[in-house]
Design a protein around this ligand. Structure first.
Ligand code: NAD
Length: 279
């Protein structure tokens, strides 16, 4: 039976470290403030936004909420972002995605000042990651690195397969594993022989958005399996992109869903907010 990689415990550990750090910064007169913008009332987004605000409160930074109506125009949103970019009291800006269709997501991402882009989505921060320069790193992949490191799993020299090539998860994930000296393969929807490719992995990271796509037949005996996917099954229970029951009998270590990668995303958002305070 695989060892369970406990994202709940590790994310709590990180938030407690950050809480201590913000207390120290406060003593030096440095305050944190994250602006959280939500356009429309998508229920999943509302839950994410609420959890982000709670995490801010926990680590001791202010969160400023902007709940805009569904029909908000791109110009109105851009104007708000411009105001927040120049507001000296705000050190992080987050626009909860997805935004409604009338708004171009890329334009919004590019409008956020890179030094306040705590989601790490701005092309300048993506470029910095690619070139090995300091910058904000996308929270979910950064969280996966922390899960591995804090579980004592070594990365250097390992064969890592990342399944999925999205801008938010797959691509930055592959770059981060490369930065940690893994030998990295990126697989995606056009990959041939996905099973064989996955079976080469010492560390298999799955971010495809397809419930239970990966079963034990994709996994080398003893491999580390990280499941980024989040879905609700027919009984409204959460599950991942990995078939946990099948894979956990076979893998060396595995993240559960829930309680694996999920809580790490918010912990790393808080990490980026504290970085933004100290810049
Ligand atoms: P996405 O839809 O943007 O990208 C999915 C990727 O998977 C694509 O690059 C595609 O090429 C690849 N893919 C699709 N079908 C495939 C197949 N059959 N075989 C191989 N590759 C295939 O999704 P995303 O934003 O990267 O998210 C992926 C999953 O992770 C989703 O379930 C999402 O909900 C979840 N997610 C979780 C967190 C978290 O905090 N835990 C954060 C972001 C995303």
């Amino acid at each position: 039976m695989a060892n369970l990689i406990d994202g709940k415990r590790i994310s709590q550990e990180i938030k407690d470290e950050l809480k201590e750090k913000t207390a120290g910064l406060k003593r030096q007169g440095i305050e944190g403030c994250l602006a959280v913008i939500q356009v429309g009332a998508d229920p999943a987004s509302t839950v994410y936004v609420r959890n982000k605000k709670r995490a801010c409160e926990y680590i001791g930074i202010e969160s400023r909420s902007f709940e805009l109506p569904e029909e908000t125009t791109q110009e109105q949103l851009l104007e708000l972002i411009q105001n927040l970019n120049t507001d000296e009291l705000v050190n992080g800006i987050l626009v909860q995605l997805p935004v409604p269709d009338q708004i171009d997501e890329n334009k919004i991402i590019q409008a956020i000042a890179p030094q306040k882009d705590v989601d790490g989505f701005h092309p300048q921060n993506v470029g910095a990651l690619t070139s090995g320069l300091p910058g904000f790193v996308s929270c979910t992949p950064a969280g996966v690195i922390q899960l591995l490191k804090r579980s004592g799993i070594s990365i250097a020299g390992k064969n890592c397969v990342v399944v999925g090539r999205s801008n938010i998860v797959g691509k930055p994930m592959a770059l981060l594993m490369l930065r940690e000296h893994a030998t990295v393969t990126i697989a995606h929807s056009r990959t041939q022989n996905l099973k064989e490719v996955c079976r080469q992995a010492d560390i298999l990271i799955v971010a495809v958005g397809k419930p239970k796509l990966i079963d034990a037949s994709y996994v080398k005996e003893g491999a580390v399996v990280i499941d980024v996917g989040i879905h609700r099954n027919e009984d409204q229970k959460l599950c991942g992109d990995v078939d946990f029951d099948s894979v956990s009998a076979h893998a060396g270590a595995i993240t559960p869903v829930p309680g694996g990668v999920g809580p790490m995303t918010i912990a790393m958002l808080m990490y980026n907010c504290v970085q933004a305070m100290t810049r």
